[in-house]
Design a protein around this ligand. Structure first.
Ligand SMILES: Cc1cc2nc3c(=O)[nH]c(=O)nc-3n(C[C@H](O)[C@H](O)[C@H](O)COP(=O)(O)O)c2cc1C
Length: 192
């Protein structure tokens, strides 16, 4: 895989489309950690995940609808992924699954990438179940996942009026996870 001398390229995104997404609010902390570790991070807005529902008829002859082609190119051009995953009915959101499904189609743009995932929910389990589900899905498409995660429960109370996490331990955990992703990319897992 082509590597940039400036540092690993990381793509950060959330599996939620809504404006006030708690999960998107987490991205800045993990992004900060990855940047501290020397990575170039691009944070994607929800518009990048607004893709048509996967339909095999739309990928005839190995070509993809324009927004899907753009999404696949973003993944192809990075080495690591920071994924903030909501939990819907104990699994990952349809938005995130659909985006993963499109990117997994041949030629898959996922193979050899490294990811770190985390999530926030107003519920008590902090998206633990969706993180398990996401790991299974990412493993299926050849993505290495950093073993630890960060789970933000009671998200409706976790942020202050400025949208900042109140608990410095949660901030630290997320920045640390961002740094860990960069270390994992640098460790060369992608070449295994
Ligand atoms: C269809 C649906 C199913 C949900 N299922 C769960 C769930 O299983 N566990 C949970 O903790 N929260 C669940 N929630 C609540 C979400 O965690 C909450 O809407 C959260 O704010 C979504 O993430 P976001 O803030 O990034 O948009 C569900 C929400 C929706 C809309």
């Amino acid at each position: 895989m082509e590597r940039m001398p400036e540092g690993p390229r990381i793509l950060a995104f959330a599996g939620s489309l809504r404006k006030g997404s708690f999960n998107r609010m987490l991205l800045r902390y993990a992004t900060l950690g990855a940047r501290e570790a020397g990575a170039e991070v691009e944070e994607l807005g929800p518009e990048h995940l607004m893709l048509p529902l996967y339909d095999g008829d739309l990928e005839a002859n190995g070509s993809f609808p324009e927004p899907v082609a753009a999404w696949r190119a973003k993944i192809r051009q990075c080495e690591g992924l920071l994924i903030a995953s909501p939990e819907y009915n104990h699994g990952i959101s349809g938005v995130l699954k659909n985006a993963i499904d499109w990117a997994s189609r041949p030629p898959s743009v996922f193979r050899g990438k490294v990811a770190a995932s985390f999530g926030a929910t107003p519920g008590s389990q902090g998206t633990a179940r969706s993180q398990m589900s996401l790991r299974i899905c990412l493993s299926a498409v050849g993505v290495w996942v950093v073993p630890r995660t960060v789970l933000i429960a009671r998200a409706n109370e976790a942020f202050d009026a400025n949208g900042e996490l109140r608990d410095p331990r949660q901030v630290q955990a997320l920045t640390s996870l961002g740094r860990a992703l960069v270390q994992a990319v640098r460790a060369g897992l992608a070449d295994v």
